[in-house]
Design a protein around this ligand. Structure first.
Ligand code: SF4
Ligand code: SF4
Length: 90
């Protein structure tokens, strides 16, 4: 399930460099997550980095994008060709 950023975002920018998939960017008013690049941090981290670093709890799973761990791992592999996922993250 890709994450999304709510209107609570204060555009502090803390989440952007933490995303292992470069899924986060600055939008017109708040930061945004590209669901095609978000793997819930599967493949890289044990938990979702954006949600961990956000000071206002603005990063949440988006129920519109239901994906299994296998699908998220497959997405990660396409984003990181030639790399191996971090064990324990999938
Ligand atoms: S959950 Fe992980 S992969 Fe998805 S946007 Fe947040 S930091 Fe990036
Ligand atoms: S860390 Fe939270 S408040 Fe800061 S830019 Fe990201 S979503 Fe917005």
């Amino acid at each position: 399930m890709a994450y999304y950023i709510t209107e609570d975002c204060i555009s502090c920018g803390a989440c952007e460099p933490e995303c292992p998939n470069r899924a986060i960017s600055e939008g017109d008013t708040i930061f945004i997550i590209n669901p095609e690049r978000c793997t819930e941090c599967v493949g890289s981290h044990m938990s979702s980095r954006c949600a961990e670093v956000c000071p206002v709890d603005a990063c949440h799973p988006d129920p519109r994008f239901k994906e299994t761990k296998e699908q998220l791992l497959e997405k990660w592999r396409k984003l990181h060709p030639g790399e191996e996922p971090v064990r324990g993250t999938y």
